[in-house]
Design a protein around this ligand. Sequence first.
Ligand code: HH2
Length: 276
Amino acid sequence: MNPFLEALAQPNRPLVMGVINTTPDSFSDGGQFLSVDAALEQARRLIAQGADILDIGGESTRPGSDPVDTGEEFARVLPIIEAIRRESSVAISIDTRKPEIARAAVAAGADCWNDVSALTFAPDSLATAVELDVPVVLMHAQGDPKTMQQDPHYRDVTGEVLNFLVGRIGQAIQAGLKLSNIIVDPGIGFGKTLEHNLTLLRDLPRFVALGRPVLVGASRKRFIAALDQGAEVGDRLGGSVAAALFAAQHGAQILRVHDVAETRQALTVQTALLDV
Ligand code: HH2
């Protein structure tokens, strides 16, 4: 069985996905894990802290970011996936919009394709996902990273994001993707205001009702600063953990976080408190 699906099948607690961005410009850990050695050290640390999945990304999709050349993205992510795979069987996801990167990452040992464009970025994204036959995260975004935060607009944010995801699930199934390979994500911070993000988090049960695992990535995001006097990225741990606990309590099955140890500890306490 695919290690990613195996992990999803087990727990009565959500899975913790630890983020490793091998980019110079990611909003929270940009520049920290550019070398294979530094990224591998971080992978070891996150595994020791209890990460169920490592999410490896070589292109920042933060608001205002520029796209990355495919060759550069290959060079950033492949050696790291290979290095992790040489020493660990931890589930690995590749965070990319590019089918050719997803294909090479899976060949190098990745188990899941995390696509913030929900397989819309390239004409052959859907066909590639079908062929790779690994779990795929379909995430909602309004606009592209360069401009998405300029004026996000919805009449009914939850309804529109749900509609989009239902539409993408339908298209993916029609193209031949297995339903069991589909994970959905409302895309916190991707073309959303503070109010949009809060509404989506409160409405998570409606996403859970789609019947597919829900992934939430709220860690260190800007909405936390908007609620807390512009807190800098490094000062958003409390808000990140609060959002992760809230998401878990409202049915999220995968939490994408930068701070694995703290999130795991908070989830353990929450589980103990709720388990009566
Ligand atoms: N958020 C980011 C990147 N990838 N993938 C999913 N499925 N859901 C998310 O919410 C999500 C994601 C953005 O965060 P980060 O990777 O920390 O920053 P950057 O895009 O600057 O690399």
